[in-house]
Design a protein around this ligand. Structure first.
Ligand code: WTA
Length: 657
């Protein structure tokens, strides 16, 4: 730690708008040649072979990109490979006894899976899945917290060519059922429960509850996480994970040869409508992209103890806990619990104990660390850290600098990585040994990624002005379609935003952004009806439809209000039906309905009863005004409203709290 007085350092950090990559980092980094940007530009799309070459292929591709059927782009055409073989088998010669996964349970128990052990259990569970009747291309759903059996089940699916669909364990029973029905999935892998703040939580009840609403017969595999804490009586269609694995002890399953374009997995995410979108990712392009970005941006090397603190139930965990790091043969640290249990130094204790080399986390977590205070990281030796990363939402410069200083000791580059479920991997960020860091700004698009900021006509906006972020060339990790819904894929990602005069395909991520003269992009946040609550992506329409499902509710509008810790919080404005009392019980019923439909992460911060919603003369709800009210801001012009008075009534109600 620097011995300069705190104040002086703080002042310097405040002044410093740009930080150079630390020399000690540059000396050893995977990617150091600035020429890589030109190389990708001049040799596009063939330069992308560099990513594919990080993998082992059963047979090589004939063509890097087939763009003849846009927007259904194909990458590494006719290449054949298996993702589980790439994450496991090929490391056995050199790294059989090295740790693939270091798992840390919330109660402090630990498990290490070497590559050999992980390979063995993945084979055994793959054999078990086959026994259960799972065939190539059947979608297997996983509804599990952060237990090692989750990545094992994912890799077992990949091994037999069965795409997985992981549903975040914090989602509700209804959310699980909706996703299983949408994917026509008839096998579920789940677990009895898990620990939160030392307490066992029942998870199976929620899973069983959800299955009640799933069409068709579903078999369930149950992982025993709670041991004696909870004994489970299995129904006829429920199977114990350990028994299945044991019954297949020593089994080997040949990795199924998959086409580069075959689906590796499906991940549901929120969009503008009430129905989650099933984002389909490919085997060859996705895995190449996850591996390449892990290597270039996270600087992953086989000997690292790399830690991404996301949940595998979200895309960040898929790409940067499981596929990217394991494809590169490194050690991926996986933590079950919360960052402040048993105490607020838990993360730093883990970094210290495991000599963590890279930490990839979210701004919402960093804001919490800041609030708890720098004395917690200061209790531990964090000198093993070489690189820090963030993802999920914009990071404000203050939080960035705190992270840089108190966690990275000003010796670790911070990569602020912008990307999405749909992009499969990082898109906009500095390459840590090349680009200077500008706190608050993610950085330039990665080599080979072509992004711009445009106005509503699709014309580039001036540097420094806000506009819409677009990506105008395909990339290997991009989603291939929305599962069994090409039409919606075209509607959402092609028709509306492409610029027909230019006959150019444009991917519109629904984020606002600005670009500086030097090409650095600052992402400002979503421009659609999607909220970002603690880095979790939630659709306002999904929340609204849960609320209007409550008897006595006539209409609802959900918006995001600023929140110090969560980034955004859910504000629900509700109009009741005539005669419905606005009681506390009714208020609680609304909250419960949201938790039932989506999960506790979508729980409204505030439910505001109002006789009317502010609407334009054409009947559109003025969400911007509702946001301003939630944020206690001055309201702009309300004269275009059909019912301007209502705004002040609502404001009064909110202020009365
Ligand atoms: C937001 C998570 C600013 C953005 C990987 C995007 C970010 C949405 C950043 C995707 C960042 C992600 N800076 N905003 N570095 N990273 N976002 O699909 O609004 O869960 O559209 O993927 O998160 O969320 P998703």
């Amino acid at each position: 730690m620097s011995d300069q007085p705190e104040v002086e350092l703080e002042a310097r950090l405040k002044e410093q708008a740009e930080f150079e990559p630390p020399e000690s980092f540059v000396e050893q980094a995977n990617v150091t040649d600035e020429g890589i940007y030109d190389e990708f530009e001049e040799n596009w799309p063939d330069a992308w072979e560099r990513a594919a070459e990080l993998l082992d292929w059963e047979s090589e591709w004939d063509q890097v990109l087939d763009d003849s059927n846009e927007p259904f782009y194909e990458w590494f055409v006719d290449g054949k490979l298996n993702a589980s073989a790439n994450c496991l088998d090929r490391h056995l010669d050199d790294r059989a006894d090295e740790a693939a996964i270091e798992w840390i349970g919330e109660l402090g128990e630990t498990r290490t899976y070497t590559y050999e052990q992980l390979h063995r259990e993945v084979n055994e569970f793959a054999a078990a899945l086959r026994d259960q009747g799972v065939e190539e291309d059947d979608v297997v759903t996983m509804y599990m917290p952060m237990v090692p059996e989750l990545p094992i089940a994912m890799l077992a699916c990949a091994r037999i060519g069965a795409p997985h669909s992981v549903v975040f364990a914090g989602f509700s029973a209804d959310a699980l059922a909706e996703r299983m029905n949408s994917a026509s999935s008839d096998l579920l892998v789940t677990c009895d429960g898990y620990y939160r703040r030392g307490e066992p939580l029942d998870h199976l009840e929620k899973a069983r509850d959800g299955l009640g609403s799933v069409d068709g017969d579903v078999d369930t595999v149950i992982v025993d996480r709670l041991g004696d804490e909870r004994s489970v009586d299995h129904n006829a269609d429920e199977f114990d994970y350990d028994e299945l694995v044991e019954a297949n002890s020593g089994a080997t399953v040949e990795p199924v040869v998959r086409d580069a374009e075959d689906m590796l997995f499906l991940m549901y995410t929120s969009g503008t409508t009430g129905k989650p979108k099933g984002v389909k990712h490919s085997t060859g392009g996705y895995l190449s992209y996850a591996a390449w970005t892990s290597q270039a941006v996270l600087d992953v090397k086989p000997d690292d103890n790399y830690w991404c603190s996301a949940d595998i139930g979200w895309i960040t965990g898929h790409s940067y806990i499981v596929y990217g790091p394991l494809a590169l043969g490194t050690t991926s640290v996986m933590y079950e619990g919360t960052p402040d249990y048993p105490d607020k130094d838990r993360m730093w204790e883990i970094v210290d104990e495991y000599d963590v080399t890279q930490l990839y986390t979210a701004p919402t977590a960093i804001r919490a660390f800041m609030k708890w205070g720098s004395e917690y990281p200061a209790q531990h030796d964090l000198s093993s850290l070489r690189l820090l990363g963030t993802v999920g939402e914009p990071i404000n410069p203050r939080a960035w600098k705190w992270y840089y200083k108190h966690i990275g000791n000003e010796e670790c580059p911070v990569v602020d990585t912008w990307w999405q479920t749909e992009t499969g991997g990082m898109m906009v960020t500095t390459i840590p040994a090349i680009g200077n860091m500008k706190p608050g700004s993610a950085g330039p698009p990665l080599p080979g990624i072509s992004a711009d900021i445009v106005d509503t006509n699709g014309d580039p906006v001036e540097a420094g002005r806000a506009g819409y972020l677009i990506v105008n060339k395909p990339w290997p990790g991009m989603l291939r379609t929305l599962y069994k819904n090409d039409e919606r894929f075209i509607d959402e990602y092609w028709d509306e935003y492409s610029i027909p005069e230019r006959d150019q395909w444009v991917y519109f991520p629904e984020d606002g952004a600005k670009i500086d003269d030097d090409g650095y992009i600052t992402v400002l946040g979503r421009v659609d009806d999607v909220l970002n609550v603690s880095g979790h992506r939630l659709g306002t329409m999904e929340i609204e439809s849960a609320i209007v499902g409550v008897e006595g509710v006539a209409e609802a509008a959900v918006v995001g209000g600023d929140h110090e810790m969560k980034g955004e919080a859910v504000y629900a404005y509700v109009i009741t039906e005539d005669g419905q009392e606005e009681s506390e019980a009714f208020h609680d019923e609304i909250i419960a309905a949201v938790e039932d439909a989506i999960g506790p992460i979508a729980r409204p911060e505030s439910v505001i009863f109002t006789p009317e919603l502010p609407k334009t003369r054409s009947g559109k709800i003025m969400r911007r005004l509702l946001e301003d009210i939630a944020n206690g801001e001055e309201l702009g012009n309300t004269s275009t409203l059909r019912n301007p008075d209502v705004v002040h009534d609502i404001q009064k109600k909110v202020n009365q709290g």
